[in-house]
Every structure is written in structure tokens, then in C-alpha cells.
Design a protein around this ligand. Sequence first.
Ligand code: PGA
Length: 252
Amino acid sequence: MTMGKYVIAGNWKMNKLPSETYDFVKEVVEATKGAECEVVCCTPYVCLAPAVEAAKGTHVKIGAENLHYEEKGAFTGEVSAEMLADLGVEYVIMGHSERREYNNETDETVNLKAKKALATGLIPIVCCGESLEQREAGITMDWISIQIKKAFAGISAEDAKKVVVAYEPIWAIGTGKTATDDQAEEVCGGIRALLASLYDEDTAKAITIQYGGSMNAKNCAGLLAKPNIDGGLIGGASLKAADFAVITSAAK
Ligand code: PGA
């Protein structure tokens, strides 16, 4: 049982080469055939074109790992929402804790990026999550409430329904330390309740809420069985098609 549509998205981060991408996405297509969830590969910018090519006409969707919120112009090195959409990209990650830490991503830029993505027909995957210090201080939900409220500021209920929220406790990302099923469910349920208070129950139920942070072939079933966990944002385990496919088949 779940609320939003199940979405399993790989976040390749800074892994894989453009020259490896076409064959790897073809492997993912093959391995995840029959999946009952939305299957997404989010890749580095330079891998997007071969990824889109390999996924064309299949059930697999392609996402980017970032975008710029401005329309166009003098922003050297940046990539716009329109460029991504023009390429055939359908999803885009924003607010990942790594970008918040290393690339000055803030709640304000996440909000601008989410609005731009939605206006361009891209589905935003909005990441949020607490540090270990915040969890130990008992302020997890306070912190995440601020992130979510700011991310959704000025977004209509109709648009909000299209957004995917990824709850990723920072202490669980790439560490092999997964949140327990109950810890993840508690926060994802809290996010759903907050969204219901910001919008309404129907809108909150329609929004896909993913868990991310060391989700893998071994621990995915328990997490995905929770009522408020509608999918996963998968880093390390998305780099092997067979592991990724175990996760996509658990999402039903
Ligand atoms: P991980 O990364 O699965 O390697 O922990 C998840 C993420 O950062 O999206």
C-alpha cells in the first residue's frame, strides 16, 4: 500500500562516462522490464543525451541532477530547464545535500528551481534531510518542515501534486547506515502531514515521497512496504543494473 505513485530514481552522482551510458541504460531497461513503478535514471549533464537515446520508447525515464533557475543568458557553465526538456529529460533533482554542502544550494534556490522545472514540464525531485547533529538534538522534523515549506512556497496545489519529495537523512547517504524502516516512515509521514496542512489531504496523498540514503537490494523491501514511503532515490545501488532492478521490483 502506498499513497503517491511509486518512483524509483537512480542518482548516479559523478559516476559513469558518457561513453558507458547508452549501454548501461539499455541494461537498466532490460533488467527493470515489468516494473510496476516509474523507473528513472538521473545522470550527469554530459550523460543525458546518450541516456535519453537509450531510453527512447521504453518505460525508463531520464532525469538530470541539477538545473539553473534562470530562463537563459549570461550564466557561464549553467544548464536551463528548457535545455533539459528539449533533450527529452523528464525529471530533475534539486536540493541534494551534496549540492547544499558544496555548491551553495539553499532553500531559496531549491524553490526557484522547483518553480522553473514545473513551468517547463519537468518533474522536480526535491531533496530534504537532517544531519546527525540535528537528529540527536531532536529537531529533525522542525528542520525538514522549514526545508519543505520553503521549497513549496508559491507552488499551487495542482503543481505540488507533480513534485517528488526525497527524504534523505544526511547521515545515511553513502555511509551504509540506512534509517530504520520506522525512522524513515516517521519522517515521511511527518512530511505528508505537513503537506496536508500546507495544501489539503488529497494533494498530500498524491505527492510521491521517497526515502534515500543507502537504500539497496537488501533493505529496500522493508522501507518500500511502509505506507508513506512511495519510492527511493538510489545512489550507489543505482550503478549496478541488477541491484537497481531488485529495488524497482520491490516497489509495488
Ligand atoms: P546512496 O545515495 O544511496 O549512495 O546513499 C543516495 C543519494 O544521495 O541520493
